[in-house]
Structures are given as structure tokens and as C-alpha cells.
Design a protein around this ligand. Structure first.
Ligand SMILES: Cc1ncc(C[n+]2csc(CCOP(=O)(O)OP(=O)(O)O)c2C)c(N)n1
Length: 318
């Protein structure tokens, strides 16, 4: 149980969430220089979901996510240097610069891959859970996806199959209300996502407000149930994307969502919440070592060469 009164618990969460926030702030700063060679989908505002869930995972557990995957990658303990080099399209990246932001995959970090096609990582994650079971390996698979992915047919097939086979998988819906610019109420007659998971006999829990402690503790319970052989579990984590759907910019000018809604979520920022629970010395120590790590990763990415054109056709499956 993560205890908000325990300084070590709070510091550990803050270290991870602050890293993710600062990395994406750096991406915003760097993006106009054109050094980042792929589109970016930022998780700023949504970090508590990845951090809350991944803080309960073991190194052998496997994570799948979406094109909005920086947070999940870093929360799973991904390699910061390899990530920056990958964003810069350099050989030092985990895919030698060929994957970029939308296709994060790093087996050493337990992240098999992310995809730009909505919902496609869900059946892959279910397949991974089946493979782990067949190989007798003690591995839980976790898949992060947006509520927009639950509109897709393959999502329903995946839940059905995972439940039927009682697979060791945790489904985590990051419900930020919008698929690009369309609100969930304009896409579903009844946006009760947990009830839909229950229809496949998968226990589901909704966590309001992006509350990092609630997410942490719900994930811990779900993982315990999976490890006890109870089959798939489902978390619907309410959250909010502060920036535009794609790219580094803000999007208030598009006027598809009320400013007051965004402002309310910014007020409840979980990064600031954790920062406010720590004393200044602990916070400064975490922040300065994190910022040094980020600066070193940016330098390493700058210094890494671009790949030779010949690698274009390696590790490509047709
Ligand atoms: C199969 C498919 N349909 C449509 C798109 C275009 N598209 C890209 S992101 C997106 C919205 C997805 O929203 P959601 O799943 O809630 O995730 P979020 O972007 O909010 O993290 C859409 C429709 C796509 N990439 N793939």
C-alpha cells in the first residue's frame, strides 16, 4: 500500500513523475529546432496513470502503450539516453533512430512496442499474455490505451478472448475524455467503460481525478488478483491531456473544450501535489539530479551520429 504519509513513498513517486514532466517540457522547448524527428503526442497532465500503475510492476512485467507513450516508457524504467537519441533519429536510440516517438519499443525496459494505429497494441498485449502463459513464465502484461481505443472492434475481441482464457493481463484505460477533438459523449450512447468491461466478466474499477495514490493502490490490488490467477483486470483512470492532441503546442484557440475544464485539471496537477508533500531539500535533490540526467541525455543524443542509410532495411518484416 502506498502511503501518502510516508516520505520515501512520496519521494519515489515524485522522482518518476517529475522526470516524465520535465522530459516532455524539454521536448516542447527543443521541438522548434527540428531536432526531434517525429510527431510527438505528449502526456503532460496524464503522467499519474503511468507512474501509479508502473510503480507496482516487476522488471519482468511487460508494458504496451500507444503513440502517447513517453510516460509509460519512462515510468517502466526506460532508458533516457536511448529515448532522446531515438527522438533525434540517431543510432544511439533503442531502434537506431528508425522508430521515433510513436513506436517506442525497448525489450530491455520491458516495453515491447507502441503503435500509431488506435487500439492495435491491445490484441498484441493479449497475445503476449497468452504466450507468457503458454511458456509458463511469471509475467504480467499491462496495456495502456485511450478511451477512444474502446470504440474499436478489436478492443472488444481482445477483452472477450482475454477473459475467456483468464489471461494475466491488466487493461488500463487512460480516459482523457477526448479522441483528438471529439468528446466521449459524442461517440458513445453511454460512456460507462467499466460496465462494458464487466460485460466480458472482467472486474473493472474507475479512478477519478488522476489521483496518483488511488491509481497506485488500485493497480496494486488488480495485479495481486492477476497474480492469484483470477484473470484479467481493468482500470479506467480519469485524466486530462493539457496540450494539443499532437505536437508540442497548446490548443485553447481551437475551442473544442472549455478553458474552465482544462484549468480545473491543471489546478489538480499531481506533479505539483507530490512536490508540495516533500520538504524543500528532498525536492531540490530529486529535481537537480533529474535535470542533470536530462541534460546528459540531450548531449548524448546530439553527439550520436545519424544512422547509415543501409540500416533502413534491417529489422523490417514484410
Ligand atoms: C484505427 C485508427 N483510427 C483512427 C486513427 C486516427 N486517430 C489517431 S489518435 C486518435 C484518437 C484516439 O483517442 P484515444 O484512444 O482516446 O487516445 P488519446 O489520443 O486521447 O491518448 C485517432 C482517432 C488512427 N490512428 N487509427
Amino acid at each position: 500500500m502506498v502511503n501518502p504519509d510516508n516520505v520515501a513513498d512520496v519521494a519515489a513517486l515524485y522522482e518518476r513523475i517529475y522526470l516524465i514532466r520535465r522530459v516532455e517540457e524539454e521536448i516542447i522547448r527543443i521541438y522548434p529546432t527540428d531536432k526531434v524527428k517525429s510527431p510527438v503526442h505528449l502526456s503532460i497532465g496524464q503522467e499519474s496513470v503511468s507512474v501509479g500503475v508502473c510503480s507496482n510492476l516487476r522488471s519482468q512485467d511487460i508494458v504496451y502503450a500507444t503513440y502517447r507513450g513517453h510516460a509509460a516508457y519512462l515510468a517502466k524504467g526506460g532508458n533516457l539516453n536511448k529515448m532522446f537519441a531515438e527522438l533525434y533519429g540517431k543510432v544511439g536510440g533503442f531502434a537506431s533512430g528508425k522508430a521515433g516517438s510513436m513506436h517506442l519499443g525497448d525489450i530491455d525496459a520491458g516495453m515491447i512496442g507502441t503503435s500509431a494505429i488506435v487500439s492495435t497494441s491491445i490484441p498484441l498485449a493479449v497475445g503476449n499474455a497468452l504466450a507468457m502463459r503458454m511458456q509458463g513464465r511469471d509475467v504480467v502484461t499491462v496495456v495502456f490505451f485511450g478511451e477512444g481505443a474502446t470504440d474499436e472492434g478489436v478492443y472488444h475481441e481482445s477483452l472477450n478472448f482475454a477473459s475467456l482464457k483468464k489471461l494475466p493481463i491488466l487493461f488500463v484505460c487512460e480516459n482523457n475524455f477526448y479522441a483528438i477533438y471529439s468528446h466521449v459523449r459524442d461517440r458513445m450512447p453511454d460512456a460507462n467503460i467499466c460496465e462494458r468491461a464487466n460485460a466480458y466478466r472482467i472486474p473493472a474499477k474507475k479512478i477519478e481525478g488522476g489521483d496518483i495514490f488511488a491509481i497506485c493502490n488500485a493497480a496494486r490490488d488488480s495485479l495481486a488478483a492477476i497474480n492469484a490467477g483470477e484473470g484479467p483486470q481493468f482500470l479506467e483512470c480519469m485524466t486530462y491531456r493539457w496540450r494539443d492532441h499532437v505536437g508540442p503546442g497548446e490548443d485553447r484557440h481551437i475551442e473544442y473544450r472549455p478553458d474552465s475544464e482544462l484549468d480545473r485539471w491543471i489546478k489538480d496537477d499531481q506533479v505539483a501535489r507530490l512536490a508540495g508533500m516533500l520538504d524543500a531539500a528532498t525536492r531540490d535533490k530529486i529535481e537537480s539530479s533529474t535535470n542533470s540526467r536530462i541534460a546528459a541525455a540531450e548531449t548524448a543524443a546530439e553527439e550520436s551520429p545519424f544512422p547509415d542509410p543501409e540500416i533502413m532495411y534491417t529489422n523490417v518484416y514484410q
